[in-house]
Write a protein that binds this ligand. Structure first.
Ligand code: NAP
Length: 485
């Protein structure tokens, strides 16, 4: 029905302790491009979430005790199967999330790269020896898996936000329970099917799907057998989940919202800056945490940049992500479109100008035409909030120091970007931006080898890179005494 090479990848049940669990009711998964039903999935709740934690707890000792190279081989098999099924996984992702098929397949490859990366890193959980303060002692540091990891993930990257967490957790020797977003459970369940085929033991990777976000979230954040909680989603929800984790003093990592500045200085290669802004803003219809949220352009190149940028944005092709040539799909829902339209209308009523867009797309209420606004100031709601839609607000500035001050004038600190060819400026600006990630003459910055994460209210912890395992490990210090005798 959905033109999958392997229809068994479309699952309808939660995956707990190596079994597919049905529940009394269903949730519907609809295609944002058409509003039509993709499939129904059994609606799990708090009881199934408890079961999944129990399964992960039961599987922990054996998984943590496996030699790292054996865990590595299993992760590598999982990676191979994901790559082998990239077309189907991409299709499932587009059906439930809406992004263009090429982008969806790109997400599958991106997520898989983290599994590949951490299958290698699992073999490199090195300890330390430290010179002791007295001759009869030795100090040794070992790193051990923290235990059961619970995760909650958003709908904008239904595969990769899980892969980034699960790969590191499993590599470290932890077992894992994830509750994916209600709107996009299918990619998570397809990952579970492939984990099972790869031979990852029962209880190591569990997926519970259900619409009781609050109840299931409470189990995952407050359960005494969950040692670590990892979340990707909005700052607002993240803050409340941190609070819930306090009762059991869990280790927490948070990948939260952003408000990325994209700064174009007068010495930039303007064509490169236009290309970078286009990909950084309009990927996933503007619904990524690292999307440019404010485009800051130096006055002397404002007209040139804006004209070229508007021309480039006009080249995007809006439509159903499964249709050939489409480069920008629907937003996740009609409500999401209405929220972004409100920000556009507020900006226009406060003096901004419409350079492109905000017109009827003719596709339906889940679509928003790519939009460019000029005359924006940093105190407008569109500059203060995470837009999460295909709208570029352009702010002009005079001096470098003014650009930095506008860029940092936000509670967020995830991704930032700037374009310049002056090496002195490049170092000055890179070191002054209060952001966890800085793209310099580059609009796409995330990959498995690099530490992804934010500062300020964008969260804590890092995913990917050699630092990514740390979030799933405990440091244990061994003091060996009595050695002089
Ligand atoms: P969201 O509303 O915070 O939802 C994220 C997840 O949390 C979903 O699974 C949601 O479940 C669940 N949730 C909502 N309320 C909850 C509660 N009270 N208790 C437990 N779980 C709860 O965010 P979103 O709108 O889906 O995602 C967009 C946000 O994610 C943006 O702010 C974006 O910047 C951020 N994001 C950050 C990163 C990063 O790496 N920093 C990456 C991607 C996205 P339901 O689906 O059932 O509502």
């Amino acid at each position: 029905m959905h033109k999958l090479n392997d229809p068994k990848l479309l699952k309808n049940f939660s995956y707990i302790n190596g079994c597919w669990h049905s529940s009394a009711s269903d949730i519907t998964v609809n295609n944002p491009a058409t509003g039509k039903l993709v499939t129904k999935v059994s609606n799990a709740g708090t009881a199934e979430t408890e079961l999944a934690v129990k399964a992960a707890k039961g599987a922990f000792k054996a998984w943590a005790g496996k030699p790292a190279n054996e865990r590595s081989v299993l992760l590598r098999k999982w990676f191979d199967l994901i790559v082998l099924n990239q077309d189907d996984l991409g299709r499932i992702l587009t059906l439930e999330q809406g992004k263009p098929l090429a982008e969806a397949k790109g997400e599958i490859a991106y997520g898989a790269a983290f599994i590949d990366w951490f299958s290698e890193e699992s073999k490199r959980v090195y300890g330390d020896t430290i010179p002791a303060p007295s001759s009869d002692k030795r100090i040794i540091v070992i790193k051990q898996p923290i235990g059961v990891v619970a995760a909650i993930t958003p709908w904008n990257f239904p595969n990769a936000m899980i892969a980034r967490k699960a790969a590191a957790a499993l590599a470290a020797g932890c077992t894992f329970v994830v509750r994916p977003a209600t709107q996009t459970p299918l990619s998570a369940l397809a990952m579970a099917e492939l984990a099972e085929r790869a031979g990852i033991p029962a209880g190591v990777f569990n997926v519970v799907v259900g619409d009781d976000a609050h109840g299931m979230g409470k189990v995952l954040t407050e359960h005494k057998d969950v040692a670590k909680f990892t979340f990707t989603g909005s700052t607002e929800v993240g803050k409340s989940l941190i609070g819930q984790c306090a009762s059991t003093v869990k280790k927490v990592s948070m990948e939260l919202g952003g408000n990325a500045p994209f700064i174009v200085f007068d010495d930039a290669d303007i064509d490169a800056a236009v290309a970078g802004a286009l990909v950084s803003k309009y990927r996933n219809a503007g619904q990524t945490c690292v999307c440019s949220n404010r485009i800051l352009v130096q006055e002397s190149v404002l007209i040139e940049f804006t004209e070229k940028f508007v021309k480039a944005v006009k080249g995007l092709l809006l439509g159903n992500g499964l249709d050939e040539g489409v480069t920008i799909g629907p937003m996740i829902s009609a409500q999401a479109v209405a929220d972004v339209k409100r920000l556009i209308d507020e900006s226009l009523s406060q003096g901004a100008q419409l350079a492109l867009g905000n017109s009827d797309t003719g596709f339906g209420e889940s679509y928003l035409a790519p939009t460019v606004l000029t005359g924006i100031t940093n105190d407008m709601p569109i500059a203060k909030n995470e837009i999460f839609g295909p709208v570029s607000p352009i702010i002009s500035f005079k001096e470098e120091s003014e650009a930095i001050s506008i860029a940092n004038d936000t509670e967020f600190g995830l991704a930032s970007y700037f374009y310049s060819r002056d090496i002195g400026r490049i170092w000055r600006v890179a070191e002054s931006l209060d952001y966890g990630m800085v793209g310099i003459n580059e609009g796409v910055i995330s990959n498995a080898a690099a530490p992804f994460g934010g500062m300020k209210q964008s969260g804590n912890g890092r995913e990917g890179s050699k630092y990514g395992l740390d979030d799933y490990l405990e440091i244990k210090y061994l003091c060996m005494g009595g050695l002089d005798k």
